[in-house]
Design a protein around this ligand. Sequence first.
Ligand code: SF4
Length: 509
Amino acid sequence: MKFCTLTLGCKVNQYETQAIERILCEFGHTLVDLGDGCDVCILNTCAVTAESVRKSRQTIRRMKKLEPDALITVCGCYSHLESEEVADLGVDLIGGATDRCEFARMVAGTQGDGSSGLFCYHPLGSVSVQNHPPSVDGTLFSKRTVTQGDGSLVLFGEQMDENSNSFSRTQENRPPGFLRPPVFEELPPGNTASRTRALLKIQDGCNNFCTYCIVPYIRGRSRSLPLSKVAEYAKLLEEQGYKEIVVTGIEISSYGIDLFSKTDEPSPCPEGNHPPSTDGTLFEKRAYLSLITAISTIQNAAPNARLRLGSLNPSLLTPGFCRELSKIPNLCNHIHLSLQSGCDETLLRMGRKYNTTQVLESIESITKHFNDCSITADLITGIPGETDEEFKQTLSFIEKAAFADMHIFPYSLRPGTKAAKMPNQVEKNIRKERAKTATEIAANMSNDFTQKQLGKTVEVLFEQEKSGYYSGHSTNYLEISVKEKVERNSVQNVRITEIQNERLIGEIN
Ligand code: SF4
């Protein structure tokens, strides 16, 4: 079978697509590009904003147009949330945001491996988010409908036994909506394409339920990859030749809260009193310990690879955490904050569990413990109730923080979230206008940060050759290009000599 994959959304989705690709290649199938005469097209969708939903739908139509004879298979957060809508687009197989192995197996199963007919895998059935409380395990419930060759329908809980090609009944007595214990689906890392930087997913789900966010309703409660697997996968990646490991998850700041018992009385922490933690329980110490533990586990298992962290919740970045983090030898001096706003009133309405004073303290600690650290951040503009005055506060805050780069998004109403029902919704054009204003300020700050890099020597992991230059990323996440021929996937010290059209040029040192 020739198959192609397209992925929308976050690094976790990218990681899971890579796992699906690897499983299918191990089944002997061939990964090709869209338009190369595929038998099957796979789309991993995103639902974090209305725009990502629009792009998911648009991509399904594009796949059908470019590969009219191929089976169209869809998984990920949008199909998890709105499986009926996806089914109405005329796709052949629907998966969710969980059970990626199962989905890959069903994709393989579409190729006449003894089975016939079309598969329709409905992660959510007909339950909409509004009338279903957030579940403890995140996966609302899974329902599988399979049309067999004889047209008979096989309902919930039956597993296809690919060898005997018959279905064995499992969970058959559980009523629809039965909640499975939260399990972290272990998907070995490594992608089939580049061998320079690799993602390592160590956490899934989220317990925070920020008022604007749909993710917890899709991905479920926070769950973590056990430390033994963290070590095993990190070692595997180093053995496969990767020079950088990007530690990712839906909310890695919550890593380990499910791996430690809640009854433990925390011993006095170096800092004594703790700022409020992300959801109020004192698990922060554990998460503090646990995320640090996970990162140092990766460091020990892959001592030659550099480590880059995904987004961090500012509430985790206490002075103690930053000090401990700075002790990890190969950690890149690049910290990305999921900040979202620079105004305390707005943060409260977002349900974020930190304030601007704490964020400034965190930035101070990071700057103290990491040289030349690039501190970057996410920002959402136009959340319900955000007044002009509040937005002004956010602008002056980001200028004070002087972020090296920012990802800025206008608020996107997500049905089923608390913010969707809030009064004082901000008009779309104002949300966009505010995002534009903030982006201009962020661009100036980014230029300032880049200018300050001139003359410095940085460590660059070279990834590709582009228009006569060899380019890669520095540890503080700047893209650097050199003229000299450099081996791909090699790490070199580069002195930054000039900026050409916003591109940093350097010489091997
Ligand atoms: S921390 Fe908040 S924004 Fe991030 S995934 Fe969880 S609920 Fe969504």
